[in-house]
Design a protein around this ligand. Structure first.
Ligand code: SF4
Length: 331
């Protein structure tokens, strides 16, 4: 089996923020707490959880758009956190991101053709004429007219803008794309089109994805492997069919039951999830999920559960998982 393309180990990102008025105090937001996972070449890896679980921070930490406090990130054997500016620039050619709102990252005064050609020129990959031709090819590849480059961002619909975001991510021929809620702002019919486009591109370019989403239906459609995050930590990880057929963590059960069908057009996730995600500034003692867990025991309230490898593909962090039987209690 080939080595993973990306290896994340014990990654921790905390933010120090000021809170309160008129005498603000500095508090720590534990956005990401020692998460570990791997992504293989050509694999789509889903990071799933409710808002505030740390999944977007994970994506930004991998790209060093925010600086992690500790842990390691290895991309194709290279230590990302030790990369200097020049190495990071080279790595960013191979690691790209698609945002939920591509409009916010497009310069409204710049024609799309110019915006898409910019990275090719900045990295000195090709000259102006060749870059313009490459942009036209990219536009067609993402399902836009070949001459769409003469238009400005406001002239495109929401779905078309996401196609532009995808085109921009593809410009430098990356190997791994971090897609951060790429379809959650779109109508359901457009969602399906964008997901199909991403899947085609994954196959054509042998791309790997980290697909960040709060919607299990979308992740089930697009990914092969997933990790479920809760309050900055991964609580369960494994191949999609096994997680859906036999979830081991009570939170995964809750998420799955809130999104029981794989068709992302059929319903929205989290309709029936009860309770709120606690604050990452002051997480609950012990297992952070215990205030919402109907299986919680005294031990759960006091001690955070250890991560247990179920087998080479799966792992879970829950006191009630029984390694002898390989089972967790049924909800
Ligand atoms: Fe629930 Fe306890 Fe498992 Fe946490 S450790 S998910 S509280 S059973």
């Amino acid at each position: 089996m080939s080595d993973p393309l990306l290896r994340v180990r014990d990654l921790r990102t905390h933010f120090r923020v000021k809170r309160g008025f008129p005498n603000p105090e500095t508090v720590t937001v534990r956005a990401l707490d020692e998460i570990s996972f791997e992504v293989k070449r050509g694999e789509a890896f889903g990071l799933v959880g409710e808002s505030g679980c740390g999944k977007s921070t994970a994506g930004r930490s991998i790209l060093r758009l925010v600086e992690p406090d500790s842990g390691s990130i290895e991309f194709d054997g290279e230590d990302v956190l030790r990369a200097d500016k020049a190495r990071m620039r080279a790595l960013r050619r191979r690691l790209q991101i698609i945002f939920q709102d591509p409009y916010s990252s497009l310069n409204p005064r710049m024609r799309i053709g110019t915006a898409l050609a910019e990275p090719l020129l900045v990295h000195g990959i090709m000259g102006k004429a060749e870059a313009a031709e490459r942009v036209r090819d990219l536009l067609v590849e993402v399902g836009l007219p070949r001459d769409a480059g003469i238009r400005f961002p406001h002239e495109f619909s929401g779905g078309q803008r996401q196609r532009l975001g995808i085109a921009r991510a593809l410009t430098l021929n990356p190997e791994l794309i971090i897609a951060d809620e790429p379809v959650s702002a779109l109508d359901v019919s457009i969602q399906s089109q964008i997901l199909m486009l991403l899947r085609n591109l994954q196959e054509t370019h042998d791309l790997s994805f980290i697909f960040i989403s709060h919607d299990l239906g979308v992740v089930r459609y697009f990914c092969q492997v997933m990790a479920v995050m809760y309050l900055g930590r991964i609580v369960e990880k494994g191949p999609i069919p096994r997680i859906f057929d036999e979830p081991l963590h009570p939170y995964t059960v809750m998420l799955r039951d809130a999104s029981p069908v794989p068709d992302p057009t059929a319903r929205k996730a989290f309709e029936r999830i009860e309770g709120e995600v606690p604050s990452a500034i002051n997480p609950p003692s012990g297992c952070h999920f215990h205030p919402r867990c109907k299986h919680a025991t005294e031990l759960c309230r006091k001690v955070y559960p250890k991560w247990m490898e179920v087998d080479a593909q799966r792992g879970v962090a829950c006191h009630l998982y029984d390694p002898a039987s390989g089972m967790s209690p049924k909800p």
